[in-house]
Design a binder for this molecule. Structure first.
Ligand code: GLU
Length: 537
């Protein structure tokens, strides 16, 4: 067992270049002057090139909670695991979040840019800060260097499994927790790699209660693991960066995924040993999905579900309004009632409540999300949709973009079909759907075969009759009366006549309102298309 004095020496030996004391650092991060009840929240993703919708969900909650209490939301980048990092990882995160309308007040704003007084907001730029606090912990006897090799750790694990005891580095298994200064020096002289571990004083037989704002009262078992705090490359692990960063940035509410809940006892011990006040914890249950033959629930998975990736929504041109509204409804189920009562309000004005969160995990249903998006597009005018699809396609579909720009009036007219009146069309989920919707107005690539329902000869008769009786000046009711007259004359149903016309001019058996389609195409184009079809028959 080392003496107090030896621990101070050890700290100096390991971190000779760290001259700042904790007070020096704390002075640079003064308490924020905010009104009573204001929440300071953060979202802390790792730049792995993949942003899970679960992350979007908690970032939405974090930003909304800060906004509704006049607090501060922070975007912090946790890049301490260099192996998992990808190039442009920060831009991908920002692109995904901002693309859905989620913006932070403070923190990272670009690959190399930040906003706010509590930075740096990228963890790899904060190493001296972590080293100051770990140095202090070592000096206090709360942390120590551990030289155990991968092999030694595996051997311990095997022994523990054979004995049927808890696995891990704790108590007497933690070989280096009580090593003498001389033993440590000898290893350092040899240049042996080491990590810094917590010297836990917890007792796993003891429990204590805490309140999680989402889960309610929780009972935790004390941590007794000598967890790694600083890796052999000098970078902190999440468990150590979390108390340091959240304390210095004055975070009041830690909103994070439920997968971190099991580490909470370790975090509590670290906050205590660092002399920091605990923030409020809000562990959000994961997004779930119904899957498989037995309709069982499982977590929305990065590997299995394309809809788990934020880029899926951005690339396909999902409306941020629809996605956000769907996520808000998952968070607090009274959201849609609020929406009905406040049809014109911004979704960001909805007041979220932690206690209303679904504790068991919200069911993420892409079909329902699609419907929310369809409903959203149905509230926009053709001109608004045109502008949105032009903007989206400028990045994601250049061909469609040129088509739209070169044919603005025609495309707006196409988008305007069934967009006024009582029955608004709901066939757009995402902007990527617009291309298919437009395509029949530009080019018919193939024709659906309806000859088993209306014979080829009959189709010819019907179309010739239609051409000779067509009157461009009549309204939809009179136009359909004519279709019915043709049907009576040839002893077929009006539906058969309409279907024949539809296939001749669109190639498809399904289309939006035929009368409106005809008027967008124009008489001449319609006649051209019918003659072309007649020739093909
Ligand atoms: N970097 C952690 C993650 O990617 C952050 C967890 C937290 O929000 O505290 O999940």
């Amino acid at each position: 067992m080392r003496t107090e004095e030896e621990n101070i020496k050890l700290a100096e030996l390991l971190y000779p270049n760290i001259k700042d004391s904790r007070e020096d650092i704390m002075k640079k991060y003064p308490k924020r002057e905010l009104e009573e009840g204001a929440m300071v929240t953060r979202f802390a993703p790792s730049p792995t090139g993949f942003l899970h919708m679960g992350g979007v969900y908690s970032s939405l909650v974090s930003t909304m909670m800060a906004k509704q209490t006049n607090g501060v939301s922070i975007l912090r980048i946790e890049d301490t695991d260099k192996g998992r990092e990808v190039e442009n990882g920060i831009s991908l995160i920002l692109g995904g979040l901002n693309g859905l309308g989620i913006h932070f007040i403070e923190g990272v704003t670009g690959e190399d840019t930040e906003a706010g007084e509590y930075g740096p907001y990228v963890q790899s730029r904060r190493l001296p800060i972590y080293h100051t606090f770990i140095k202090e912990m070592i000096a206090n006897g709360y942390a120590y260097p551990c030289f155990m090799t991968e092999k030694e750790l595996n051997d311990i694990r095997d022994k523990q499994l054979a004995l049927g005891v808890k696995t891990g580095c704790y108590g007497d298994w933690a070989k280096w927790r009580n090593a003498s200064l001389d033993e440590i020096k000898a290893m350092l002289d040899k240049g042996a790699p080491y990590v810094i571990r917590l010297r836990s004083t917890g007792d796993a037989n003891k429990t204590y209660d805490m309140v999680d704002l989402v889960k309610g009262k929780v009972t935790l078992r004390e941590n007794d693991m000598d967890a790694v705090l600083i890796k052999s490359d000098g970078f902190p692990v999440y468990h150590f960066a979390h108390p340091v960063d959240d304390t210095l940035m004055c975070v009041t509410h830690v909103v994070r995924g439920d997968e971190w809940f099991s580490s909470l006892p370790l975090h509590v011990e670290l906050f205590n040993k660092l002399g920091f006040e605990l923030p409020q914890y809000c562990h959000i249950a994961p997004l779930m999905k119904i899957d498989g033959d037995d309709n069982s629930k499982r977590k929305l998975s990065k590997r299995k579900d394309p809809e788990a990736d934020v880029q899926f929504y951005v690339k396909n041109g999902y409306p941020k309004e629809g996605v956000i509204e769907y996520l808000l409804n998952l968070a607090n189920s009274n959201f849609y009632d609020w929406r009905k009562a406040n049809p014109d309000a911004s979704p960001f004005d909805f007041i979220l409540r932690f206690e209303k969160f679904n504790k068991a995990g919200a069911l993420f249903d892409i079909v329902k999300l699609d419907n929310a998006c369809k409903d959203y597009w149905a509230t926009l005018s053709a001109e608004e949709i045109y502008d949105r699809v032009v903007e989206w396609s400028s990045t994601y579909d250049k061909e469609l973009n040129s088509l739209l720009l070169e044919n603005k009036d025609y495309c707006t007219a196409i988008l305007n079909i069934e967009r006024t009146g009582d029955k608004i069309r709901k066939d757009i989920v995402k902007l990527a759907d617009v291309k298919d919707l437009m395509s029949i107005f530009f080019d018919i690539s193939s024709y659906e075969d309806i000859s088993n329902r209306v014979s080829t000869d009959m189709q010819k008769n019907l179309l010739q009759e239609y051409i000779s009786t067509y009157d461009d000046s009549v309204d939809g009711v009179a136009w359909f009366d004519n279709v019915k007259n043709i049907a009576t004359k040839y002893n077929v149903s009006a539906g058969d006549v309409a279907m024949t016309i539809r296939v001749a001019i669109t190639g498809r058996t399904k289309s939006p309102d035929l009368y409106q389609v005809i008027h967008v195409l124009g008489k001449e184009e319609m006649f051209n298309r019918i003659s072309l079809y007649l020739k093909k028959l």
